[in-house]
Design a protein around this ligand. Structure first.
Ligand code: NAD
Ligand code: LMR
Length: 328
């Protein structure tokens, strides 16, 4: 057996954390030959519940799970960790405006960025899930000056998977036959789910569905899918979010298929004319644990308008939290 990889989950007693920990420990993220050590981090009030999660993990007697560390201390939670999955965040409370939520959560991610910088493995990879995920990732990244920006990402894989699901339904095809969907921009209602590059069994998606369907039905549905789930369940998506975390890290580490790409929110490097200094969802391929932004895709006038809208939202989010950037 290989040496175990250490995976930190923040907010591990929450809904996504609970759906995620068992899947990582059973091999879904890194494969069935890769042992793991789980470092589960929570706030003090949630420690009793976290102890219960620890007991259940133990009771599964999972052969790949070499150790479980439970803590409310980031210095312990992030110690020498290889993967930091940042889920724990404050939910929006009654009367709270979006900017208040941004500022509240920004403080959490600034502190966690510093702690990761200080305690994690030098090659740590970070995935931010807690909302607003893209801007939280930017904050964590800019508070970790010893790490490379490319070690930080935010999750748009759930939106990517939602797009595959909608397109498969509409065309009566299998998700496994669909390639090259893209989520551009922010994990929010301004995101741009783009199927202009998609093929289904090798056939361009726009030969099977109309552009009007994409614009009038698919795009708004994906943009509002999180709210649709909250409306139906009374709770935010959890199992599907955990599944997307597994997919995101799995592909980042083990690679993407040769004829496909995935959507990851990563620090913009100016590709496609997007401002640098924001974390933007882009199509990427992954090899040997590193991602590369797919280059050279044609951006038509419709797409450019959509890219501009979501870029502007990320720039305004950054303006709200600018005091928390670069505090390393
Ligand atoms: P939840 O409320 O069930 O769990 C959150 C957990 O985080 C709680 O147990 C809480 O105690 C903990 N926590 C809060 N602050 C913490 C801190 N500073 N350190 C460690 N733990 C902390 O919420 P959930 O359903 O698991 O969702 C978590 C976050 O993920 C939310 O922000 C939600 O909006 C977001 N989300 C993102 C996506 C995405 O695609 N990016 C999808 C679904 C949900
Ligand atoms: C989702 O996309 O399901 C979540 O980000 C929604 C939310 O606000 O928690």
């Amino acid at each position: 057996m290989k040496n175990p990889v250490k995976v930190t989950i923040t907010g591990a007693a929450g809904h996504i954390g609970y759906a995620l920990a068992f899947r990582i420990a059973s091999g879904a993220m890194f494969g069935v030959n890769q042992p793991v050590i789980l470092r589960l981090l929570e706030i003090p009030q949630a420690l009793p519940s976290l102890l219960g999660v620890g007991m259940e993990l133990e009771d599964c007697a999972l052969p790949l799970l070499y150790d479980i560390v439970l803590s409310d201390d980031p210095a312990i939670g992030f110690r020498e960790t290889d993967f930091a999955i940042l889920i724990g965040a404050k939910p929006r409370s009654k009367g709270m405006e979006r900017n208040d939520l941004l500022l509240e959560n920004a403080k959490i991610f600034a502190a966690q960025g510093k702690s990761i910088n200080q305690h994690a493995s030098a090659d740590v990879r970070v995935l931010v899930v807690g909302n607003p995920a893209n801007t939280n990732a930017l904050i964590a990244m800019s508070n970790a000056p010893d790490l490379q920006p490319q070690q930080f990402s935010a999750m748009s894989r759930l939106d990517h998977n939602r797009t595959l699901g909608q397109l498969a339904n509409k065309t009566n095809s299998k998700v496994a036959d669909i390639r090259r969907a893209i989520i551009w921009g922010n994990h929010s209602v301004t995101q741009y789910p783009d199927i202009s590059q998609c093929t289904i069994n090798g056939q361009p998606a726009f030969e099977l569905v109309s552009r009007d369907w994409a614009i009038d039905h698919m795009i708004p549905r994906i943009q509002r899918r999180g709210a649709e789930i909250i409306e139906a369940r009374g709770l935010s998506s959890a199992a599907s979010a955990a599944d997307a975390v597994v997919n995101h890290v799995h592909d980042w580490v083990l690679g993407t298929p040769t004829d496909d790409w995935i959507s990851m929110s990563v620090p913009s490097d100016g590709s496609y004319g997007i401002s640098e200094g924001i974390v933007f969802s882009l199509p990427v391929t992954c090899r040997e644990g590193r991602y590369e932004i797919v280059q050279g895709l044609e951006i038509d006038a419709f797409s450019r308008t959509r890219l501009n809208i979501t870029e502007q939202e990320l720039l305004s989010e950054r303006a709200v939290i600018r005091d928390l950037l670069n505090q390393g």
